[in-house]
Design a binder for this molecule. Structure first.
Ligand SMILES: O=C(O)CCC(=O)C(=O)O
Length: 332
């Protein structure tokens, strides 16, 4: 997601600003929880346990993986023709493994460290996506824009190389990385990310040809907030959105209630280091974190140049936002 902290709304691809704050690390020593965080506890499968809604699981296929004789950062995965067709028909795709357990472990430590020190908060790059983001309030959905900027361990990773290689297969050889963000759902109280289309955050003047790669740094389940998609919704127009709870102080967007048909949604539980890919118009959602482990997602955005629309959309929600960061800057 994206937005900016200096009075203007930028397309999410250009990297904006939100927030987070009290990321409330949970550090409980329970063995079960630690196993789940390491991704070594798959009891109950990925997503069966604690399922809060009754969505059918999405299809998830193993990628073909080359032997591990690569140089660092050389892509190691390739989509099959069947996976490419599935993506274009449905607007999303889930894969089992896009990086190694070792890299996930390194990235998870770096991820926790940047949320714990509130990296980017002062420049409006960390904020609460689901709340009004005052300094004295606990964030329920902290987000860091461009987290790669704040930790070397999050840059030039195998995840990035593989995500880029797959983006080229899906979008064409000139696909480039346009941005990254990290969305943290604290254990027990992490908020829902409401149904939305990413393009609603971006410029109404363009049609985008882009996708997001969403990778959890621990198991992702319906209980802790895995991704859910409406198959085929990438072929629809950008639907009416508004700020969450219709409150323009909240950066996050939601589809206007009852504005679209969400039937047929598929839930995509993943192991740590699995990934989903979704088009910028695909309707998607994640539930609240009702589990006892934090849910961490590291998202990379890739695209080819957008096409200017003959008639730009009208996105009134982009004119309405009043961010706490903007207010703070104005007070200085
Ligand atoms: O991680 C989440 O909760 C939501 C992710 C999302 O909306 C996205 O990647 O576009």
């Amino acid at each position: 997601m994206t937005e900016t902290r200096n009075n203007e709304i930028k397309p999410r691809l250009e990297i904006d600003a939100p927030t987070a704050r009290d990321s409330q690390r949970t550090s409980g020593p329970q063995a079960g929880r630690e196993r789940r965080e390491r991704g070594t506890d798959t009891e109950g499968g990925y997503g069966g346990e604690g399922e809060s809604r009754n969505l059918p699981p999405c299809r998830r296929k193993p990628l073909s993986t080359s032997p591990d004789t690569r140089l660092p950062m050389t892509p190691t995965v390739r989509l099959t023709d069947e996976q490419i067709t599935f993506y274009h028909e449905n607007g999303y795709l889930a894969v089992d493994a896009i990086t190694t357990p070792e890299e996930i472990e390194r990235m998870r430590a770096a991820y926790d460290e940047i949320f714990a020190r509130q990296a980017g908060r002062d420049e409006g790059m960390q904020f609460d996506l689901a709340g009004t983001d005052e300094d004295d309030k606990t964030a329920t959905l902290p987000q860091i824009l461009d987290p790669r900027r704040y930790s070397e361990a999050l840059r030039d990773t195998l995840y990035e190389a593989n995500a880029h290689a797959i983006a080229r297969q899906l979008l064409g050889g000139d696909a480039k990385m346009n941005g990254s963000h990290a969305i943290f759902k604290p254990a027990g109280y992490g908020a829902e990310t409401p149904w939305h289309q990413d393009a609603a955050y971006w410029s109404p003047a363009n049609d985008y040809h882009s996708l997001s790669v969403w990778m959890p740094l621990q198991e992702a389940t319906p209980q802790n907030g895995c991704m859910e998609f409406v198959p085929g919704s990438h072929r629809r127009e950008v639907a009416p959105h508004r700020h969450i709870n219709n409150d323009p102080r909240i950066h996050g967007l939601e589809i206007v209630p009852d504005a679209v048909d969400l039937s047929g949604a598929a839930s995509c539980p993943l192991p740590p280091g699995g990934a989903t890919f979704h088009d910028s118009r695909t309707l998607h959602h994640t539930g609240p974190n009702r589990s006892d482990i934090p849910r961490r997602a590291f998202i990379l955005i890739f695209g080819v140049p957008p096409t200017p629309r003959a008639t730009p959309y009208d996105f009134p929600w982009q004119r309405e936002e009043i961010s706490s960061y903007t207010k703070k800057q104005a007070r200085k």
